[in-house]
Design a binder for this molecule. Sequence first.
Ligand SMILES: *Cc1c(COP(=O)(O)O)cnc(C)c1O
Length: 412
Amino acid sequence: MNTQEIVQQFDRYVMANYGRKADTPVIVRGQGALMWDSDGREYLDMFPGWGVSSLGHCHPHVVEAIRRQAGDLIHIDNTFYSPQQGQLAQMLSERAFGGQCFFGNSGAEAVEGSIKLARLATPESRYKIITMLGSFHGRTFAAISATAQPKYQRGFGPIVPGFKYVPFADLAAVGEAIDDETAAVMLEPIQGEGGVNEAPADYLRGLRELCDSRGVLLIFDEVQTCLGRTGDWFGYQDSGVVPDIMTMAKAMGGGVAIGGFMAKPEIARFLVPGTHASTYGGNPLACAAAIATVEAIEQDNLLERTHVLADRTRALLEKLAERHPTIEEIRGRGLMIGVQLNRPGAPLVAECLRRNLRINCTHDTVIRFYPPMTATDEQVDQAVSIMDEAMNAIGFDDAGAGAAAQSGQVHQ
Ligand SMILES: *Cc1c(COP(=O)(O)O)cnc(C)c1O
């Protein structure tokens, strides 16, 4: 099939919820920070897999692990023990806070399970979950109910009861919102979809004390920040503030669908038989991919590499900001970088794609620049200079360009 036929077939038989257009590339291959479309065109991918492919596309160690495991056993249900699931849980536990793990297949499921566990592990009168404005926790019902952004809930009501929203990074607001019915406070250590907003360390420390003193659990949604994205194994580790429950997904499986949550043992013990399950969760194939992801990060010293590459990327983007008044701020941590614009970023994302560079725009005006940990210096340099040229080419800094630009943010 040629490219046009692939697109026609797709548009006829697949639901149109992702906003693809007829000229959206058909991607058929990836390697590291590069991907190729069906016409053989090469793209530099600075947002690989929507935050999933932190190792870049098709890391050889992960590919090899998947090939090997697929020949032995792809799936076995959770009736049985399997070596991969236990090994992965130990690897994650030892790199975090010594908790126990439950495995599912996605971020939203991880959030769902965490909310269920928080309600289960606190007295029955406690059911409320406090979350933050601008948060994003996924697309299932409990997850959109936790997500304090009206656009994700519109049309789906009634949402799940028991969620209370407070401004991000406002400790006093959380203190006021907690009552005798509160089970947990949940937040992302760095808000991703909400525009790459980092929770200050003293705020996290304050939350920890507040939760402890009021008998409330603290949940960190680490779906986007886990497995090295920030330069640590987990986003919370920079602050040293340990959660009671933590979600994981995206980068966890090196591209294979896996998610899960970890809880301190004294909380995890509430998840007794019959309370929660996932048919695919923690299957040998997904776990082998996740084990290989952890191994690859360690073997190639990719946490250190993340810090070095992040410094270089930040410096380049700061220089870019000096040349372009539309850039207001560079923020984030590690290779989770947000470029705050003073206008909608969609036209810039589209122009970069025309120039074979993939970046992303979230929250209308924030460019997400997430190079894979395996990207070379040259690839990042090239990406930033393509952004520079693209901004010039579309007159992005011209007065009025922002107003004329369409606010066409497409969210998956
Ligand atoms: C992406 C994301 C989710 C949802 O993950 P899915 O795998 O799409 O269900 C939840 N929380 C955060 C913080 C995310 O970034």
